[in-house]
Design a protein around this ligand. Structure first.
Ligand code: ADP
Length: 281
């Protein structure tokens, strides 16, 4: 076992200080459904929207599913749910009774729950206030029969408001992956996500810089459209691993638009899946 660094969010040692923090945090955890056995829960977070958080969530779920793990996605981005679309679950609606819900299944067998799978029309806006949305996310966890799941990925709403706070408090997160893009004001916006995880005593598995560069489909060369983001230095200073720099890949966004992300051949996320697998063995 590694030695304690006195920072539970980045340290993997299971010492007495982590255990006492966990006892306090566990008081707020919501119970799983009696029919669920979710073994590991990984949150995918971002400081702001549009950086590719949902794409990263779906790509990681696809990779873990390919590696033979029973995989699920809980789409907690209630007002901007894009997970069903990436998996081609457009005309699918969740089934259930007044007491419980059953996740939808993607073509490759990933279980998915999302608000868009409950609405009559996917274009209808969800105009609920924060506490109602937070309650909905909690219900996605407590009232869904998830059955056996090795890895659940939670697509968190961007930012550090009510709903991310509810997820941090009520779901037993094994760790989070922070997604950023080079256009973000990294030091301020990502710091908020890093600090929230530290405050909530949730382990940060690492950072993914998405749309880091543009990979030309014609010549294969990578171009840094936004110059140097300084993400390496940022990650080093905070003691958080930089897991991957993922280029802008037109093929990936086209697969998402067509609902075919499970066919992706992109290998840029492999290192992130490796890190998750290693950290949660
Ligand atoms: P967020 O969840 O952070 O709001 P999304 O995952 O919905 O962001 O991504 C926003 C848009 O960017 C989508 O159209 C998605 O297909 C596209 N996108 C995300 N990552 C990449 C990438 N690496 N290459 C190309 N397009 C991407």
């Amino acid at each position: 076992m590694s030695e304690c660094t006195h920072n539970c969010s980045t340290c993997s040692a299971n010492c007495s200080s982590r255990e006492s923090n966990q006892i306090e945090a566990n008081d707020l955890l919501a119970p799983q459904n009696a029919a669920s056995n979710v073994k590991r829960v990984i949150g995918v977070v971002s400081g702001k929207g549009g950086v590719g958080k949902s794409t990263v969530t779906c790509a990681l779920a696809t990779l873990m599913n390919r590696r033979g793990y029973k995989t699920a996605v809980l789409d907690a981005d209630i007002t901007g749910p894009s997970v069903p679309r990436a998996f081609g679950l457009r005309d699918v609606r969740l089934e259930g009774s007044e007491l419980e819900m059953f996740p939808a299944q993607t073509k490759m067998g990933i279980s998915v729950v999302s608000t868009n799978l409950l609405l009559d029309e996917e274009n209808k806006p969800v105009v609920w206030r924060g506490p109602v949305i937070a309650g909905m996310v909690k219900q996605f966890w407590t009232d869904t029969c998830w059955n056996e799941v090795d890895y659940m990925f939670v697509d968190m709403p961007p930012g550090t408001g009510d709903v991310p706070l509810t997820v941090f408090q009520s779901l037993p997160l094994d760790g989070i992956v922070i997604v950023t893009s080079p256009q973000q004001l990294v030091s301020m916006i990502v710091d908020k996500a890093v600090n929230m995880a530290k405050l909530m005593n949730v382990r940060i598995l690492g950072i993914v810089e998405n749309m880091s560069s543009f990979r030309c489909p014609d010549c294969g060369k990578e171009h840094r459209l936004f110059g140097d983001s300084g993400i390496e230095e940022f990650a080093r200073e905070r003691g958080v691993p930089l897991l991957a720099k993922v280029p802008m890949d037109p093929e990936l966004s086209s697969l998402c638009d067509k609902g075919l992300i499970e066919l992706m051949e992109n290998t840029d996320f492999d290192a992130v899946a490796d890190a998750i697998e290693n950290a949660t063995k």
